[in-house]
Ligand binder design. Structure first.
Ligand SMILES: Nc1ncnc2c1ncn2[C@@H]1O[C@H](COP(=O)(O)OP(=O)(O)OP(=O)(O)O)[C@@H](O)[C@H]1O
Ligand SMILES: [Mg+2]
Length: 459
């Protein structure tokens, strides 16, 4: 796979994994947690036994697919059979595939349960269970499903939990399902990776979109993700970006699975530059070339922040994350900074002129690369003629002007999102939330209603 040395989490977790220890593995985003559980997992598979021996559970369909691809690569030489099983895919096809049991299944909770109930998935030979994005999997939305799945897996098993974040209350829930787990924690001062530069911009709700497009013009990301709070927000934002001439598409849980996958593939291939997403794309996705993350709406909780910005700055690369907050959301910024133990730098929203300069720089870069790399012989006669008539500076300025796509200010329509509830609103919601927390023992620093989260649910 081209890896030269193990990452710190791999160095610590692989030997424990091979020793059949239960592990809670916590390390920053993009530091190779998949192989940290994947390598010992594959090592323990007996390829001569045609039975499902390991289950990996992931919170979203796209992540299940990605993890299964990575495990397939790790187990390739050993001929390990790996099958992803997720909602939105034809179930009869999955049932047929399960007739010849794969060694490892990577699935989303709902669809796994579906197969368990239909008796199309036998788990009695399973010796290893992994919860990728474990804190998300043991959160309110998934806990019942996970408990149900685990109750169908032999008790004599190894349980591995991995995530970049592991809030204390969730860790306590996790320990209920494990035997003497070792908490492997890579010693990092900060929860987020140091190679992601983090900024916040204070922007009134009504100006957010203009600020976003100016930033896109100024920073000209290779690939960028814009995170919005709700599905409607994502739809409106991607439409508005297209109106202004950006190649953007949205991804969220209400789209068909075929559409979700095609949007993600277009983004990976660079056919679109901007992916607009709910938190469905916040966790685990490993796409190279993502240089910029824009939190158009401030994340609902600090964990979501950590994972969203972790889509850039992976495997040692660098990245930038910009988080928009309205004046009323300042408290949320502090909560995030408190959790990540890192201050974000304040960034002043760029002006229209600065956006124009950004666009001009892009043109200049293109001209330079053409001068350096292309054969211009057929163009030189005209160039010489023009230079007899005009000075070189106005001539080049005209060419730059014509090649520069000036910032577009076409008005767009976005439905306003109310600021995230804090303080007063919080106490109003508190009782409801407390009841939920009691059930799962989860304390949140501020309210997060799953229904508005854009839903990371695979269902
Ligand atoms: N030892 C290694 N050397 C170099 N690259 C590696 C190594 N291990 C993993 N990688 C690569 O690093 C990238 C990030 O890995 P991975 O997706 O497993 O991160 P992660 O820790 O699970 O992140 P997240 O918390 O976002 O899920 C992948 O492209 C992976 O192939
Ligand atoms: Mg991961």
């Amino acid at each position: 796979m081209g890896f030269e040395e193990a990452t710190p989490i791999q160095m610590q977790a692989i030997p424990l994994g091979l020793n059949n220890k239960d592990i809670i593995g916590q390390a920053q985003t993009g530091t190779g947690k998949t192989a940290a559980f994947g390598i010992p997992l594959v090592e323990k598979i007996n390829v001569h036994d045609s039975a499902v021996q390991a289950i990996v559970i992931a919170p979203t369909r796209e992540l299940a697919i990605q993890v299964s691809e990575e495990l397939y690569k790790i187990g390739y030489d050993k001929r390990t059979r790996v099958l992803p099983i997720y909602g939105g895919q034809d179930i009869s096809r999955q049932i047929r595939a399960l007739k010849k049991p794969p060694h490892i299944i990577v699935g989303t909770p709902g669809r796994l349960l579906d197969h368990i109930r239909r008796n199309t998935l036998r788990l009695d030979s399973v010796h290893t269970v992994v919860l990728d994005e474990a804190d998300e999997m043991l959160n309110m939305g998934f806990i019942d499903d996970i408990e149900h799945i685990l109750s169908n897996i032999p008790r004599e098993r190894q349980t591995l939990l991995f995530s970049a974040t592991m809030p204390g209350p969730i860790k306590s829930i996790a320990e209920r399902f494990m035997k003497n787990p070792t908490h492997v924690r890579v010693k990092a001062k900060e929860v987020t990776v140091p190679n992601v530069q983090q900024y916040y911009l204070e922007v009134p709700e009504k100006q957010k979109f203009d600020v976003l497009t100016r930033l896109l013009d100024l920073q000209s990301p290779e690939l960028a993700i814009v995170f919005g709070r709700t599905k409607r927000r994502v739809d409106e934002l991607s439409e508005a970006l297209n109106v202004r001439g950006y190649s953007a598409e949205g991804i969220h849980g209400d789209l068909s699975q075929a559409k979700r996958l095609s949007v993600l593939n277009k983004f990976k291939n660079g056919a679109i530059d901007v992916l607009v997403a709910t938190d469905v794309a916040a966790r685990g996705l490993d796409i190279s070339g993502i240089t910029h993350i824009y939190n158009f709406d401030v994340p609902q909780d600090p964990e979501s922040y950590v994972h969203r910005i972790g889509r850039t700055g992976r495997a040692g690369k660098s990245g930038k994350a910009m988080t928009f907050i309205t004046a009323r959301e300042r408290g949320i910024l502090e909560t995030i900074e408190h959790t990540t133990k890192r201050k974000m730098d304040r960034m002043r929203p760029p002006t229209l002129d600065e956006a124009l300069v950004g666009k001009q720089k892009m043109t200049v870069e293109k001209i330079c690369s053409v001068v350096e790399t292309e054969n211009l012989d057929q163009y030189k006669n005209f160039a010489a003629e023009l230079l007899e008539k005009y000075d070189s500076v106005p001539l080049l300025a005209a060419a730059i002007k014509m090649l520069t796509k000036e910032p577009d200010t076409t008005p767009v329509k976005l439905t306003e999102e109310p600021p995230l509830p804090m303080k007063k609103e919080k106490s109003r919601n508190k009782r409801k939330l407390d009841l939920k927390n009691k059930r799962v023992g989860r304390k949140r620093s501020f309210h997060s209603a799953r229904s508005t989260k854009g839903s990371a649910s695979p269902k």
